[in-house]
Design a protein around this ligand. Structure first.
Ligand code: FDA
Length: 390
């Protein structure tokens, strides 16, 4: 059995960051990756350009049972730190929107960066390794795969969450955590399209239509584009809100978010011959304007409609109630909310409080970022925190 200072299970964003950090500190590190190559989710991220961080990273952009947990790691490894690394590797980048930083070229550059940094730390990476057993005795962890056995005094769980099973994602991290008696916060798909049924099903006719809205679930609201799909609702505003949405809850959509209160009575005075549909068509895609006008049901010239009816229509447009009947699930979810409970881990080192030497990082942990580079920043920050400790 070969011996290392630490074994990292999973060669994704968090695992590779942890490996390069520890390797460059002179630690002997082994990464065991089940897939045939490392960083597969990085390669498909950001439409192939990897939205590798967000310059507005802050603890309030993360969901976790303990919202304070992320503070330490995020403050010690910042978006600027990762950007410095990107720039040191000569990777050209741009800000797309809302602080989201993307490669100009390809996500492959980020994987190459991580592999290059790992090589500088003499990290050993073995792909195609299926973990068959993990044992813990006398302060050492022994990991077996179909090809061999390795042991180390530190073991890092970096195998991600179950989102996108087609890519081989599973709940392996949770099973392993439970094996060691660590609690797991019930996982659910997040950053995921929502499906519509019942009366809302008629909106599916609008498949392909997109418009800027404010989407709200509970007390959380996001202003971005929403997209109607043949199954329901998607687009960044919906993906964001999906992380907060619970089955049974309504989602409220504010159409025309820039229209001030009283805009319809105002329009009636300025243009009494207009119809609701023609007014909506000025600001919304034609098909959406038609569908909304039909559902509002006020026919004819607005000059003939009472202000009260116009205000009611305005209020409906500002808080259109949808009742999603579900989500598209892990098959389409970019991330997973929930995971290994932060109550089990040190927020400084990511080490399990009751099992010294055991660490958990990245998406495997009950920390989930907003859409827009926040999840990779958590992977880098938690990976760096554990990599500095092992
Ligand atoms: P990650 O899933 O990256 O890595 C886990 C690794 O462990 C994988 O390589 C896996 O093969 C391996 N593994 C799993 N089980 C194993 C086992 N039993 N034994 C050994 N290895 C095992 N985020 C963002 O910030 N910006 C973006 O642009 C995007 N875009 C995006 C697009 C799509 C389509 C998806 C699905 C996701 C994103 N994300 C994103 C989210 C981001 O990809 C995610 O948060 C990180 O990859 C999480 O990093 P981890 O290293 O924790 O897990």
């Amino acid at each position: 059995m070969s011996e290392f200072d630490a074994i990292i299970l999973g060669g994704g964003a968090a695992g590779l960051m942890c490996a390069l950090t520890a390797g460059q500190r002179g630690r002997r590190i082994l990464v065991l990756e089940r897939a045939d190559q490392v960083g597969k989710k990085i390669l498909i991220s950001g439409g192939g350009r990897c939205n590798f961080t967000n310059i507005h990273t802050a603890p309030d952009r993360y969901l976790s049972a303990n919202p304070h947990f992320v503070k330490s790691a995020l403050s010690r490894y910042t978006a600027r730190d990762f950007l410095d690394l990107v720039e040191r590797h000569g990777i050209a980048w741009h800000e797309k929107t809302l602080g989201q930083l993307f490669c100009d070229g390809s996500a492959r550059q980020i994987v190459d960066l991580l592999l290059d940094e790992c090589a500088q730390g003499d990290v050993q990476i073995r792909c195609g390794e299926d973990i068959t057993a993990v044992d813990h005795a006398d302060g050492r962890f022994a990991v077996r795969t179909q090809t061999g056995s390795w042991s180390a005094p530190a073991l890092v769980i970096a195998t991600g969450g179950p989102s996108i099973p087609k890519m081989g994602a599973t709940g392996f991290a949770y099973d392993l955590a439970r094996q060691f008696g660590l609690k797991v916060v019930e996982p659910r798909p997040a950053l995921v399209p929502l499906t519509l049924g019942g009366e809302d099903v008629l909106f599916r006719e609008l498949s392909g239509v997109s418009t800027e809205v404010i989407a709200q679930a509970g007390r959380n609201a996001f202003r971005e584009a929403a997209l109607f799909t043949h199954r329901g609702l998607s687009g960044p505003a919906i993906l964001q809100i999906s992380s907060y949405w619970r089955p049974g809850d309504p989602v409220f959509i504010r159409f025309l978010p820039d229209q001030p209160d009283g805009w319809l009575p105002e329009a009636k005075r300025a243009n009494p011959r207009a119809s609701i549909k023609s007014l909506l068509s000025h600001a919304l895609p034609e098909r959406l304007a038609t569908a909304l006008a039909e559902r509002i049901g006020l026919q004819g010239d607005i000059g003939n409609l009472p202000d009260k009816a116009l205000i009611a229509a305005e209020n409906r447009l500002a808080k259109w109630e949808f009742h999603p009947n579900g989500s598209e699930g892990y098959a389409k979810a970019e991330v997973t909310v929930g995971g290994i409970s932060t109550a089990e881990l040190s927020s400084k080192t990511m080490e399990a409080r009751k099992i010294p030497g055991l660490y958990a990082i990245g998406e495997a942990v009950d920390v989930t970022g907003w859409l827009g580079g926040y999840n990779f920043q958590w992977a880098w920050a938690s990976g760096a925190a554990a990599g500095s400790a092992i």
